[in-house]
Design a protein around this ligand. Sequence first.
Ligand SMILES: C[S@@+](CC[C@H](N)C(=O)[O-])C[C@H]1O[C@@H](n2cnc3c(N)ncnc32)[C@H](O)[C@@H]1O
Length: 268
Amino acid sequence: MGKQLTANSVDKYVLYQRAVQSAEPDVEFLFNTYREIRGKEPRHFREDFCGTCLLSAYWVKQGKDFTTESYDIDPEPLAWGKENNLKSLGKDAERVVQYQEDARNPSRKAPDVRCAQNFSYWVFKTRPEMLAYFKSVYEDLADDGIFICDLHGGPESIQELEEETEVDDESFTYVWDQDSINPITGEARLHIHFRFPDGSELKDAFTYEWRLWGLPELKEVLEEAGFGQVDCYWEGTDEDGESGNGEFTKSTEGEACLSYVAYLVAAK
Ligand SMILES: C[S@@+](CC[C@H](N)C(=O)[O-])C[C@H]1O[C@@H](n2cnc3c(N)ncnc32)[C@H](O)[C@@H]1O
């Protein structure tokens, strides 16, 4: 990233995208999963909790008839995304339509693929609230549409801890801070901090108030919302057998690892 970063010189959205998001493989996964299930290609995509619309930007790059609707309630990341992720797309950017709206609002056009990434839908803290969101997704999809959401779990995900990851050849450290977790309600306060080689820190760059949900319960709530087929896509392991290889396949048996990320894929 060029010269040495410090807390005063950085843009938190740039750091977030570099540390947290992998838009290209994510879009590939969304596209391929739809094709595998439906035997044809998707075209219209909806990105819920889109933040800076990074996935939407990659989606429309796939071709002239690829379109998106991108929903977020916060105007700040939407404006940042327009300037930094969409502008450079030129005319293609016209096919990304941002809505500063709640993710439960209906789409203008029924999506083939709709997603909620990076656990953002955990903002819905009760079962009735989550069920209402999933029902609104079900009713909103195209007849052969699919919904994909990610989730994380494992014993480390329910502990109060900080996890540090070096990013971009140690030009900064991404810190995932599981600050406080209430095991009775499942509610958690989580932060992202960024630390820099000069010792400076961008503390609480992002804060989330979520409920920690379990995989089987989310699967059941999706089924209750009406989805006829709900599958877990579990990550494969590297040759060393210890770390994830970034490839997610439909599975009914997973390993009890300390921490994992998985997808639920729900088809109408
Ligand atoms: C963790 S960020 C996700 C950013 C990006 N989509 C990603 O995958 O990394 C969560 C986003 O959800 C948005 N958000 C929270 N509640 C929402 C709601 N009810 N409807 C729409 N967006 C919401 C926040 O404004 C924030 O931008």
